[in-house]
Write a protein that binds this ligand. Sequence first.
Ligand code: ASP
Length: 590
Amino acid sequence: MYRDHTCGELRIANVGQKVTLAGWVQRSRKLGGMTFIDLRDRYGITQLVVEADAEASLVETATSLGREFVIQAVGEVVERQSKNPKMPTGDIEIKLEAINILNKSVTPPFTIEDESDGGEDIRAKFRYLDLRRNPLQNALALRHRLAHEVRNYLDSKGFMEIETPYLIKSTPEGARDFVVPSRMNPGQFYALPQSPQTFKQLLMVAGYDRYFQIVRCFRDEDLRADRQPEFTQIDCEMSFVEQEDVLNMFEGMMRTLFKNVVGVDIPNPLPRMSWYDAMDKYGSDKPDVRFGMTIHEITDKVKGNGFSVLDDAAYVGAIAVPGGAEYTRKQIDEITEWVKRPQVGAKGLIYIKLNADGSVKSSIDKFYTPEQLKAVAEAVEAKMGDIIFIMSGDDTRKVQTMLGVLRLEMGGRLGLRDPKVFAPLWIVDFPLLEWSEEDGRFYAMHHPFTAPKPEHMDWFNSNKKEDLERVCANAYDFVLNGNELGGGSIRIHNADVQKRMFEVLGIGPEEAEYKFGFIIHAFQFGAPPHGGLAFGFDRVCALFAGKESIRDFIAFPKNNQGRDVMIDSPSEIDQAQLDELNLDIRPIAE
Ligand code: ASP
């Protein structure tokens, strides 16, 4: 037997017991002839001590231990002279009688402690060492706990976990597929699933009316910060449901997760906001509602005073930032430069200060009377001491989005985005379609299986662009603190509606047959009304821990370039493998 206790287990009540522990040497130090060793395993750290008058060979072994040696230690639990209240095992130490070195370690490239001295790159290369550290162990433990709670909840509601294949044909989700060449079918490729969307719908046709899967998905997207090419979803589908049933079921799941994992009660029922309100008031389809500072349209209030920037704009919007009247010229200039960065894309920023003494000062004093500026302030619901920031332009949604980005920045600067405060809500009533000016066609805002709202069928069947733009979908997103945590929709289960959807999307019958033939055929055999959703599990983990980055919640993640630097992947393959696959690599252009 290697051990009879873990390194996180022993307490004052164990004093006098003889124990055997096993683990890694975090550090060892000599003090007045005694040797102290911190022994670590995933349960904690226990202090071992070799007395100055211990047997010479024991002292010698204790002194020879390097960091990360794996040892077995035998000794007696004794009360510590100087206790460490910060450690659960801090009241005791083990007076050693024997040390057995199970394995040596070369010197690790960084210190394996809560605060490591290793930079991100080196820790990624030696991920298995980084994973020995507490912060990462806690992250993976939280992930395990959440997965367990998800399974418990869904099992209790009659859901079955069913695996779907990883080697499939392209799924129509909009991003690029990762493809896998087939050796046995030369010239043909599998695709890795972007989501099990079509399979879960086929499971509904097959009669498995409550399905879920905690499943890996793959998207070959251009990498943005904190995106992983492979990620995990909690993927769910239900039959004989309306939108209301799906929302209730899954806010119930989130409520249980919040309660059981972080001890937080979220509102019951959860707030809901239409996509239109979210865009108008927050400039985002994933609004952070932990704070106000909402966007107000002031187009009518500022027209006709000879200030062409606002006179000519189709839309003028504003936010009021609390306490902003105090900002200096320099601070306002800095914020103006900030919104002009390409990431935000504003041309400039107009301000109105509502000074504490009741006076107003603005960058547009030349064109407006103090009364007019006060009327704007009223429309924006600004208070004394605030600063109002105004943006304008021809594309309403674009201006709102820029104001939304500024709002988040100002909220962050004012400390209004505390990661330990949770403000979840549903966004509902999404437009079904999105017009692409560039391609001159509509795209599905969610995916082509999403059902139009029954009350919008006339618009859906109309051939006018303005009508089609007005069609809302029975689609919904679960949003938390400015992040989309999940989303889904009620699906089309009627073959004629699906046909019309492909028509609207400019997908001809042949293309539809080639791409989605299997699902169109299946739907002829009695597809039940159904709907579902998927949550991004990695992000659920991160946000529950109050963290921004998902990388710590994945045992072996890829870096920002989509590489696994530990195993050095992606990598080239040998000629023999290429030959077997019937593939030639073209020279890569510089
Ligand atoms: N398949 C969708 C997604 O991955 C979720 C859903 O509609 O259920 O976003």
